[in-house]
Design a protein around this ligand. Structure first.
Ligand SMILES: [Zn+2]
Length: 346
């Protein structure tokens, strides 16, 4: 009975051996995850010249990737015929190549990872350029006051420092003849566009308001510009007239004999001229010139160069409609920003 078992065992071993010869180790080996890459690449010739222990280890899948690579030349060396040596050399080269390939792959992966990192970094940089990275500052501060607010404030305040004359803190403002849009909405829409335009050009921009639901008097708005140390204070408004036929833009500045702010008169007139010319050049609006006004609280309380920009007539249906066009609003903003640039000599 023992003889029969031995015979069966020998036949089984021989069958496996020849089958391996016929189909190659790859057919039989189900390597562990770690060995998979290396073992699959090992040529059939490796199995030919392997000793039994090596063969059985290989067949059992217990050889690790590192073992397999290390085993190749050793095993081949032990069974050295010239052909086997060649095979060993080939296997060794292959193992070396595998190592190189593995290293290369790893390096490639590292490159790829680095590439990905670079790409991500670049992506982040691009994003930063769009969303986060600050535009280089030009060290100029501009304050923008979007005229009026959702509800006027009829409480009075002095029209200037030490003045006995008083005016409503905030007037109600005009309404678009064709669109019905209130002045406070128009001024805010354009003010926000002007803010973006100026920021893109490197200005630091201070906004007196960014919503309609505020209650800030004209004197207080001037104080915001004063406190900010603004180099220019633009107060945006829409105009109104008894006749619907009147159209065009104009700016308001104090006179050199203004009892409250004569010190800023010349600069305010220069600012008013530059902004009006920029606005009219960008929009094609009728240029009605710089008007002198000494009864405006928001001007009289200013200690920095100031201008009131009457961007167009809301009482004129055509101009009212035009001023509700976002692309026209963008032109208004660009034109005013051009004027601010010109005022600063930029
Ligand atoms: Zn107004």
């Amino acid at each position: 009975m023992k003889k029969v078992l031995k015979l069966v065992f020998c036949m089984a071993v021989l069958t496996v051996f020849f089958a391996v010869n016929a189909f190659g180790a790859e057919f039989f080996v189900i390597p562990s995850a770690g060995a998979e890459t290396v073992l699959r690449e090992i040529p059939t010739t490796f199995v030919y010249n392997a000793d039994w222990q090596s063969l059985l280890e290989t067949l059992s899948g217990s050889v690790t990737a590192a073992d397999a690579v290390e085993t190749v030349p050793e095993t081949a060396g032990e069974t050295a015929t010239e052909a086997a040596a060649e095979t060993a050399e080939a296997a060794g080269n292959e193992a070396g190549a595998l190592e190189a390939a593995a290293a290369g792959e790893e390096a490639g992966a590292a490159d790829a990872a680095a590439g990905e990192t670079t790409e991500n970094t670049e992506g982040a940089a691009v994003e930063a350029a769009v969303d986060v990275a600050p535009v280089a500052t030009n060290n100029r501060v501009v304050c923008i006051d979007a005229g009026h607010q959702s509800k006027g404030n009829s409480a009075k305040e002095p029209i200037g420092p030490g003045a006995s004359e008083t005016k409503a803190k905030v007037a109600g403002g005009a309404t678009g003849a064709a669109t019905g849009v209130p002045e406070y909405q128009l001024t805010l829409d354009v003010a926000l566009k002007l803010q973006s335009e100026l920021q893109a050009r490197g200005y630091t921009v201070i906004m007196c308001r960014t919503t309609n639901d505020v209650n800030i008097s004209n004197a207080e708005r001037a104080e915001i510009a004063n406190s900010a140390g603004a180099g220019a204070f633009l107060r945006l408004h829409g105009n109104g007239a008894g006749s619907s036929g009147v159209s065009g833009a104009e700016t308001l500045a104090p006179s050199t004999s203004n009892p409250y702010c004569s010190g800023i008169a010349a600069q305010s007139q220069a600012l008013s001229k530059a902004v009006l010319n920029g606005l009219c050049a960008a929009t094609g609006a009728n240029n009605r010139g710089v008007k002198i006004a000494d009864n405006m609280s928001g001007i009289n309380w200013s200690r920095v160069p100031v201008t009131i920009v009457e961007m167009g007539y809301m009482s004129n249906p055509t101009e009212d409609t035009l001023m509700q066009d976002p692309s026209y609003q963008a032109k208004l903003a660009k034109g005013m920003a051009d004027g601010v640039d010109a005022f600063f000599g930029l």
